[in-house]
Design a protein around this ligand. Structure first.
Ligand SMILES: NC(=O)c1ccc[n+]([C@@H]2O[C@H](COP(=O)([O-])OP(=O)(O)OC[C@H]3O[C@@H](n4cnc5c(N)ncnc54)[C@H](OP(=O)(O)O)[C@@H]3O)[C@@H](O)[C@H]2O)c1
Ligand SMILES: [Zn+2]
Length: 336
């Protein structure tokens, strides 16, 4: 089979098409014919040599978390069968630590993620496969696991409810668009930001209620406060936007942070934070039942995951180039 491997951690030019032996499933495992695998900034961090998860010793490395496809072969004691349409939940958990036992499972002390979807076939844990109803296409399903699951879990973490005003800095990419759409789904109102007027017009169509065109922290703060005091912030940017969110929300505001797109640190001024009884939560991915619920939203016609473009496996490098160039609204999906 062919895989799109990271041969060097030098950015999009480091992706190479390689031949690999076909995988064979062991007990509890399945081999999936990959119909679609979306890419995430997580993969890009790895490809740029900016991830603690993968070092040069692991090259060539096959990334890709968000696998949708058809079961080709199931090993013994596996709950799926050949021909099943499935979506992989990329969570890897130990199942026995205190956090696994207490839940939610994404707090597992040994939490990790599946990698290997940028390939014609993927060897996966059968227990992590979610059946896909016929109404849900492979490409739209592959958009869900990392971006939409993370956004949904952040919303639940923030206690977002109908009528809330929610600030989403950087609202045009995978996680950002997922936040906008899911906030709309639950009846909350969103404030989304971007450096691109064209991309803001696209998210307005997707249900974003208030648009802010700037990356300048002071301008952003003023524009958000003009709209109102957000109840919550869903922040994948971090950096100086941490303080923008705190200052915009005011008393009692809740900020949930899942990323570091705009910088490795999260800047927050201490005094207004404690005097204002605010809170900040870190959040990573979500749970398999939450992902099942998202599949249900799509099956019921309540959610249409946004896929900007698809690429054949041989064009995986071009997909990462488009992500680097910020030439995307929503998700980019490789279709091996
Ligand atoms: N913890 C988790 O479980 C988890 C899960 C998923 C994602 N994440 C993290 O969440 C972040 C987003 O991931 P993604 O896959 O959604 O990425 P993405 O699609 O590439 O995000 C693009 C968005 O980020 C904005 N952006 C890009 N670079 C920026 C910069 N330097 N300053 C300000 N804004 C910038 C873009 O703004 P413009 O519209 O202006 O171009 C756009 O809105 C990443 O940090 C990722 O690691 C974490
Ligand atoms: Zn665990």
């Amino acid at each position: 089979m062919q895989v799109a491997a990271f041969a060097e951690l030098t950015g999009p030019d480091g992706v190479e098409l390689l031949d690999r032996p076909n995988p064979t499933p062991g007990e509890g495992e399945a081999v999936v014919d990959v119909a679609a695998c979306s890419i995430n900034r997580h993969d890009l961090w790895i490809l740029q040599g900016d991830s603690a998860m993968v070092s040069g010793d692991a090259l060539p490395f096959v990334s890709g978390l968000d696998v949708a496809g058809t079961v080709r072969e199931a090993g013994p004691d596996t709950a799926v069968s050949e021909g099943d349409r499935v979506l992989l939940c990329p969570n890897e958990t130990c199942g026995t630590c205190e956090f696994c036992r207490e839940g939610p499972e994404n707090r597992c002390a040994a939490f990790s993620l599946y990698h290997g979807g940028l390939a014609e076939r993927a060897l996966v844990d059968g227990d992590r496969l979610i059946p896909l109803p016929d109404a849900v296409g492979f490409v739209e399903a592959a958009a869900l696991p990392t971006a939409y699951l993370t956004a949904w879990h952040m919303m639940r973490r923030a206690g977002v409810t109908a009528g809330d005003l929610v600030f989403v800095p950087g609202a045009t990419g995978g996680v950002g668009v997922a936040c906008v759409q899911l906030l709309d789904l639950v009846g909350a109102r969103s404030i989304g930001t971007s450096t691109s007027a064209e991309k803001l017009a696209a998210i307005e169509e997707l249900g974003c209620d208030h648009l802010v065109e700037t990356a300048d922290p002071n301008e952003m703060l003023a524009a958000v406060k003009d709209v109102g005091r957000p109840d919550a912030t869903l922040n994948h940017l971090a950096g100086e936007y941490g303080q923008v969110a705190m200052a915009a929300m005011g008393r009692g505001g809740v900020q949930v942070v899942c990323g570091r797109t705009a910088g490795p640190d999260l800047t927050i001024q201490a005094a207004p934070f404690f005097l204002g009884h605010q809170s900040v939560h870190g959040s990573t991915m979500g749970t398999q039942p939450e992902l099942e619920r998202l599949v249900g939203f799509v099956a019921d016609g309540d959610l249409s995951p946004v896929v900007d473009r698809t690429y054949p496996l041989a064009e995986t490098g071009a997909a990462f180039r488009d992500m680097v160039d910020r030439d995307v609204v929503g998700k980019l999906v490789v279709t091996p």
